[in-house]
Design a protein around this ligand. Structure first.
Ligand code: 0X9
Ligand code: ZN
Length: 504
């Protein structure tokens, strides 16, 4: 495991060799089948010395396993060629977009009438604007005020739908080059808004693209198709960006992330220093009764939960989290036949620190927090591998992920409903559906003024309580809130204050 971590971030650091290059001629994607610690050492050594122009696309948790690398030179290790000519793949992708998604995007931006339907958008990789406009037009969906602005000034768009007592947040596009993630996130949204039963159980909040600057950069012909991070410059270097998925405030800057600004896993200048991570953090903390979170990535087909920062031990909720991920993976298998791995993220894949799932689970107290690595997996046919699946994969990915969501959230609802009352009686649906823009609560400082807390909820811990005194007794995770159900900020307290005995 230790060796793998070393391989992982050292290889990622080597990607800077491509930072100023927007052409992919001569690049291949090759797969090293590392079968012994000796081979792993050869690879690690080559990476550490740098200069080989390696860009690691998959990472494995042990010395043995398949590692996909974008390579321009041989290492003297046995490998198979997955993508013989990356330029041809990128050219074909852009050619298709020029005739489809870009036409739609240009019409939308120039105010022409456009038909945004499942049939017209899931046939290509759509722009951030097109995906946002499509979601905004879905029945029952409310577009929320922007949850934050990126370095380049883009709004980070968020949407809400459903009227259920428990909140679930999901996002795509934290990593710019993982295009199937925003597409799948949007497809799932289109399906969930039609599921009346689920919408009575949950209120969903969706952020289709958390890293819209990066996404736009990977789509632009003048940009970098394989850029992963955000677009914030780093002082003293031409290497751009922080890895948003290493920038969260739990175990930030620990092993599993890099201090090297040029690394693809650069953890940033401070915890939550990126607009994207801090906006998501504030947003999720502002939502009452958040019980679930999913961060959609690609690729490798896995359903993962905390912890990422350590490969030993199990989190307190391991059994229920494991069951949820197994049910999700089973649903995927039944839908498409794809086999998703599942389990604790470090133990199942590799070590990460400061990532979403560890933060949501450990620091925010969102119990059912998952990272989903979408298709393809390592068995995908040559030429369809990695970050360039054909557009025909969008709908199957959306279908299997929808099945996973239904299995997971119905299971979670059953778990929450089964917990003994009074701490589990769901909120009356109307109280949450009437809530106003979620940004207001975080802007309001915690207060100790008297307030009427007739029905309170320990927000991020997911525990419902029926009176102020119960709220005071509730054990909530650090950084979670106790507030009343109608989102009255006068009743918001840091739970740490409550737990030290401050009465409402
Ligand atoms: O490394 C990441 O941020 C995620 N993988 S990706 O290839 N999409 O970049 C994985 C995060 C999940 N956590 C762990 N595997 N520990
Ligand atoms: Zn990712």
């Amino acid at each position: 495991m230790k060796l793998l971590s070393a391989i992982y971030f050292a290889v990622a650091a080597a990607t800077t060799a491509f930072a100023a290059d927007s052409r992919y001629s001569g690049d291949q994607v090759v797969r090293f089948n590392v079968t012994s610690p000796k081979d792993a050492d050869i690879l690690k050594d080559a990476i550490d010395k740098g200069g080989l122009g390696l860009d690691v696309w998959t990472h494995r948790a042990s010395a043995a396993g398949k590692i996909d690398v974008r390579a321009i030179k041989k290492l003297g290790l046995p490998y198979t060629v997955l993508v013989p000519d990356l330029q041809a793949l990128v050219d074909a992708e852009r050619d298709h977009m020029g005739k489809n998604s870009e036409v739609l995007h240009n019409s939308l931006m120039s105010g022409e009438p456009v038909q945004l339907t499942a049939a017209t958008i899931f046939n290509d990789w759509q722009s951030y604007e097109t995906l946002s406009a499509f979601i905004a037009g879905l029945p029952g969906v409310t577009q929320l005020p922007s949850i934050g602005k990126t370095y380049q000034g883009r709004d980070i768009n968020a949407f809400k739908f459903g009227t259920g007592p428990y909140a679930v947040v999901f996002n795509g596009g934290i990593h710019a080059r993982e295009w199937i993630s925003p597409a799948t996130t949007t497809y799932v949204t289109d399906q969930l808004v039609k599921n009346a039963d689920l919408l009575k159980k949950f209120t969903f909040y969706v952020i289709p693209v958390l890293n819209p600057d990066g996404y736009a950069y990977t789509r632009a012909a003048s940009g970098q198709r394989y850029h992963r991070k955000n677009l914030e410059p780093n002082a003293g270097t031409s290497c751009i960006g922080t890895d948003i998925n290493r920038n969260f405030d739990y175990m930030w800057s620990k092993p599993g992330a890099s201090s090297d600004q040029c690394s693809d896993t650069y953890y940033g200048k401070a915890a939550l220093s990126t607009a994207e991570a801090s906006s998501l953090s504030k947003f999720i903390k502002s939502i009452p009764n958040t019980v679930g979170y999913v961060d959609l990535h690609s690729y490798s087909e896995m359903f993962l939960f905390a912890n990422g920062y350590t490969c030993t031990g199990q989190v307190k909720d391991y059994d229920t989290l494991y069951k949820g991920s197994k049910l999700a993976a089973d649903a995927i298998k039944a839908t498409s036949g794809e086999i998703f791995k599942y389990g604790g993220s470090c133990a199942t894949s590799y070590k990460t620190s400061g990532d979403t799932v560890d933060y949501m689970y450990n620091a925010v107290g969102v119990t059912y927090s998952y990272t989903l690595e979408l298709r393809p997996n390592e068995n995908a046919a040559s030429g369809t591998a990695g970050f360039n699946p054909p557009v025909s994969e969008i709908i199957p990915s959306g279908q299997e992920t929808t099945a996973a969501f239904l299995a997971l959230w119905n299971y979670v609802y059953g778990q929450l409903s089964a917990t003994p009352s009074p701490s589990t009686s769901p909120l009356p649906p109307t109280s949450i559906s009437k809530t106003s823009a979620p940004t207001s609560k975080t802007a309001t400082p915690a207060t100790t003024s008297a307030a009427v807390c007739s029905h309170t909820v320990c927000v991020t811990g997911g525990k419902l309580v029926s009176s102020c005194s119960d709220c005071a007794k509730a054990v909530c995770a650090k950084d979670s809130y106790c507030c009343n159900t109608s989102w009255d900020s006068t009743c918001v307290r840091e739970v740490s204050q409550y737990c030290t005995g401050v009465a409402c």
